[in-house]
Design a protein around this ligand. Structure first.
Ligand SMILES: Nc1ncnc2c1ncn2[C@@H]1O[C@H](COP(=O)(O)OP(=O)(O)OP(=O)(O)O)[C@@H](O)[C@H]1O
Length: 612
């Protein structure tokens, strides 16, 4: 875990990065099952490079023919051979490169799947501690960098290295002294690459961290824009964004300067090598050891090395970036795997047992204190309390969205942590006020909850929550495109869709948080009926913002400042004359005064939440 990049800023526990050994082990695992593909790809690249190397000697032969004063017709054969070489080389190279790309893409896809698998298993708390910017930067930036490398750098690098190796062999075949001359460039190149790698590795690593921190700052500022404006924090926030952006820009500029110096040094190496080969050629021709054509072929070979050498060396740059990104992706994929789904215990029913739950969003500020509740299978319980009493927090803990800081939660007798994301998702569903309508045909939106549901089943689910009428009236019925860019649904309709999804998913436990709070009174009654029908046959925990929701519940749990204050049926609690009775009296009073209790009661403005 690395600390925050900027001293003086709040400490962030970034997601883990992998060690070199872990990266190698992961690559070896990804390679398994792809060996044949790798061998075929490599074989084709070697073949195409070897064929390509025939060009220089054939050109040398043409030079010799010209020097010997042979007629033009003598050149026809070598010229045709050049054409053939180009064809064979081009075809085998294209095929080989496509295999290399397929190899790389396959490995990357598998790595990405593993990464997403682990990310979905990560506790929300860990992501929050790291900041969503860190995760976003890994999912977007790092994956893109590696994908680019796999598509371009990896095939090019493989091809360049092969060309370099085989060209040196070709030089040695012409005359070993040519190869020695060419190798004079190598010490300068090696020194250059080591110098570059020494500077580039830390630079790229800090560049990636700086970009992650910058993204996090942007997300924080945008997400909290309302608060930033309300407290007139615009200037300091802009300064912070500017500071983080300029840190990222500075690092990028340093990278560009480094690259310029890198290529400058490589040019010196080329100059040394080519001069040496030309001087050697001159001396050997003068001593009659080789023909002019052979010396020309040697010079061509060395000249042909420039491209692949520069490509390989400059690809060191992409390789460095890709390596820096790879350690960040692999770091997440090596996190302990979640237990396999088939090994997990299965809840036996829809009971909820929460014991001694404690939770704090910021250390030291508990918003739930030793909350113990239990809900029987198929029971309908209403959670009532003032705004900020902790109802949503309790709902989210039971739904497994947040992890409690203390205490235990069992669903159907199984501790929630043992369920794993998939089983927990099938066991408990939470519908909050901010229901999302996914962009696309309405049927697809519903099938998120029941992928195998037939159209008739979808219509039955809609009918159950009273949505069939308006869905039938839509221009294309179930096929109507809804969500962003499509047919806009009212918030009550979106709630009904969420309830229909709930009946399709049919989890044994359902939690409704403010599911009907947005609607006006007529709409609210409609939604309450819909909610009751969606909860039928399963355990229901309803965060009640209007007391009508509590009255019809089997039992009511009253929360007060993060503690359970009372529990009982509506009649029992009214008779007990405690906190609920007071809320009820205030509620009934508001109704008699003729105001709209459904609306007045929301978010601390009315009687239910008015006890604060
Ligand atoms: N993400 C969060 N980060 C920090 N504090 C939070 C967060 N969510 C809730 N809180 C705080 O936790 C306490 C309980 O909030 P919670 O939303 O659970 O109460 P609630 O009873 O559902 O209130 P409401 O009726 O207004 O929805 C409040 O003091 C709230 O400010």
């Amino acid at each position: 875990m690395s600390p925050s990049a900027n001293p003086g800023e709040p400490h962030r526990e970034l997601l883990p990065t992998a060690t070199g050994r872990q990266v190698r082990a992961t690559l070896a695992e990804l390679m398994r099952g792809r060996r044949l593909l790798a061998v075929r790809a490599f074989g084709l690249l070697v073949g195409s490079t070897a064929v390509g190397l025939l060009t220089a000697p054939v050109l040398g032969r043409i030079v010799d023919l010209v020097v010997d004063g042979r007629p033009a017709s003598a050149i026809t054969g070598p010229a045709l051979l050049l054409g053939l070489i180009a064809l064979v080389q081009g075809a085998s190279l294209a095929f080989g490169l496509s295999l290399v790309a397929r190899l790389g893409e396959g490995m990357l896809a598998q790595l990405r799947e593993r990464f997403i698998d682990r990310v979905l298993d990560l506790p929300l708390e860990q992501v929050e501690r790291a900041g969503s910017g860190d995760l976003t930067a890994r999912v977007t930036g790092d994956v893109t960098v590696i994908a680019e490398a796999v598509r371009n750098a990896l095939p090019q690098l493989a091809r360049s290295l092969l060309t370099i190796g085989l060209t040196l062999v070709g030089l040695a075949v012409l005359d070993w002294r040519f190869m020695l001359a060419a190798l004079l460039a190598v010490p300068v190149q090696l020194h250059t690459v080591r110098w570059y790698a020494r500077h580039a590795t830390p630079l790229y690593a800090s560049q990636r961290v700086a970009l992650g921190v910058q993204q996090q700052q942007l997300l924080d500022t945008v997400a909290g824009a309302g608060t930033v404006r309300a407290f007139r924090l615009t200037e300091p926030h802009l300064e912070r964004v500017a500071g983080r952006s300029s840190a990222a820009v500075d690092l990028t500029l340093r990278g560009i300067r480094l690259m310029t110096r890198f290529f400058g040094r490589l040019n010196i190496a080329e100059f040394i090598g080519l001069s040496a080969v030309l001087v050697t050629g001159f001396l050997l021709v003068r001593a009659d050891a080789v023909s002019v054509g052979t010396a020309s072929a040697a010079a061509l070979y060395f000249h042909n090395l420039f491209g692949p050498l520069n490509a390989a060396l400059s690809l060191v740059d992409d390789a460095q970036s890709a390596a820096a990104s790879l350690v960040r992706l692999v770091g997440v994929t090596r996190l302990p795997a979640a237990r396999r789904e088939e090994d997990r215990p299965v809840p036996v029913d829809g009971t909820i047992e929460a014991k001694d739950l404690r939770h704090a969003y910021t250390p030291g500020h508990d918003v739930l204190h030793d909350v113990t509740i239990s809900v029987a299978a198929n029971e309908r319980v209403a959670l009532v309390g003032a705004s900020g009493a902790g109802k949503t927090t309790l709902a989210k803990l039971i739904a497994g969205i947040h992890q409690a800081n203390g205490g235990t939660i069992r669903l159907g007798g199984v501790p929630i942590d043992d369920l794993g994301a998939a089983v927990a998702g099938r066991t408990v569903a939470l519908i909050s006020q901010e229901v999302h309508v996914f962009a696309g045909p309405l049927a697809e939106d519903l099938r998120l909850a029941g992928p195998d549901a037939t159209d008739d089943e979808l219509l039955a689910a809609l009918d159950r929550v009273g949505a069939l009428g308006w869905v039938r009236a839509l221009p294309d019925g179930l096929g109507t495109v809804v969500g962003d860019g499509g047919h806009r649904l009212t918030s009550a309709q979106a709630q009904q869709l969420a309830l229909a999804r709930l009946t399709l998913a049919a989890p044994p436990v359902a939690i409704l948080d403010e599911a009907t709070a947005e609607a006006g009174s007529a709409g609210a009654r409609l939604l309450e009926t819909a909610a009751a029908r969606a909860l039928d046959g399963r355990t229901g925990l309803v965060v009640a913002h209007r007391l009508t929701q509590a009255v019809s519940a089997d039992r009511i749990i009253v929360l007060d400042a993060g503690r359970v204050a009372e529990t009982g049926t509506h009649d029992e609690l009214v008779a007990a004359g405690g906190r609920y009775a007071a809320l009820w009296a205030a509620w009934a009073g508001t109704r008699q005064n003729g105001s709209t209790p459904e609306r007045g009661s929301q978010r601390g403005a009315g009687p239910v939440t008015g006890g604060q």
